[in-house]
Design a protein around this ligand. Structure first.
Ligand code: C5P
Length: 220
């Protein structure tokens, strides 16, 4: 792994799970810890890339000879804003973050007393960040998503291919989150990478860092 094959490339990575606040002490969230996205940032730095990491995670950030520029966000709206700002500068964008799908329609800046909490929370859909980026994508840019799915290998692949097309991505990493060794919070992972030409490659069960290197190999 002494390769410097990403020298001169600018890579934008997002990581972690967004929190959609109802009030300052309550949110709708997901179990993502940001480990896979941070591993991608680390791998890309190691291979000579200039990395910008947008993360919701407080977990240890990649340090090394070329520390990345790191921006920490909390909500999907903040993530969206920062991704729009950084996207034009990126050669490759890898969206590993678990961005929420829904949020509360009403939010409060002060903590709501229990008696004021609505028992039927009215929700709204959250705009899809990668789908928005794909509309702004230049031909020289590469945009990669992740698809965390439950279900059989076949079901995971079908859902990931659908997302690849629907969101206008160049490639997607499909990974099952219904096993104790893959997905949220684990140190290991397994994925199938699919590109828009239908080429695909499955990784073995491996560390998140190794999976990151295999993804970068696939993209190159
Ligand atoms: O549809 P699903 O959430 O499974 O798609 C996952 C991919 O889409 C990930 O790359 C994730 O970062 C991205 N996404 C997004 N904005 C959303 C939801 C998902 O960019 N609101």
């Amino acid at each position: 792994q002494g390769k410097r094959d990403l020298q001169g490339k600018k890579i934008l990575v997002n990581a972690g799970g967004t929190r959609e606040f109802i009030d300052p002490v309550r949110f709708i969230g997901n179990p993502s810890t940001g480990k896979q996205g941070i591993a991608i940032a680390k791998a890309a730095i190691h291979r000579g890339a200039t990395v910008t990491l947008i993360t919701t995670s407080n977990s240890p950030l990649p340090m090394g000879e070329a520390p990345p520029s790191v921006r920490v966000v909390r909500t999907s709206a903040e993530m969206h804003q920062v991704m729009l700002e950084e996207f034009p500068f990126a050669d490759i964008t890898i969206a590993a973050a678990a961005v929420g799908d829904v949020r509360s329609k009403i939010t409060s800046d002060r903590k709501l007393p229990k008696s004021e909490l609505p028992l039927n929370l009215e929700l709204e859909y959250i705009p899809d960040i990668v789908a928005d980026l794909s509309k702004r994508k230049r031909p020289d840019q590469i945009l990669v998503g992740f698809a965390a799915q439950t279900g059989t290998e076949q079901e995971v692949m079908v859902a990931a291919k659908d997302k690849l097309i629907r969101k206008g991505l160049d490639a997607i990493a499909a990974n099952a989150v219904n096993s104790s060794q893959t997905g949220f919070g684990t140190d290991t992972n397994q994925a199938t990478f699919i590109n828009k030409d239908g080429k695909f490659l499955s990784t073995p069960l491996c560390s998140k860092l190794e999976l990151a290197h295999r993804l970068l190999d696939f993209l190159l």
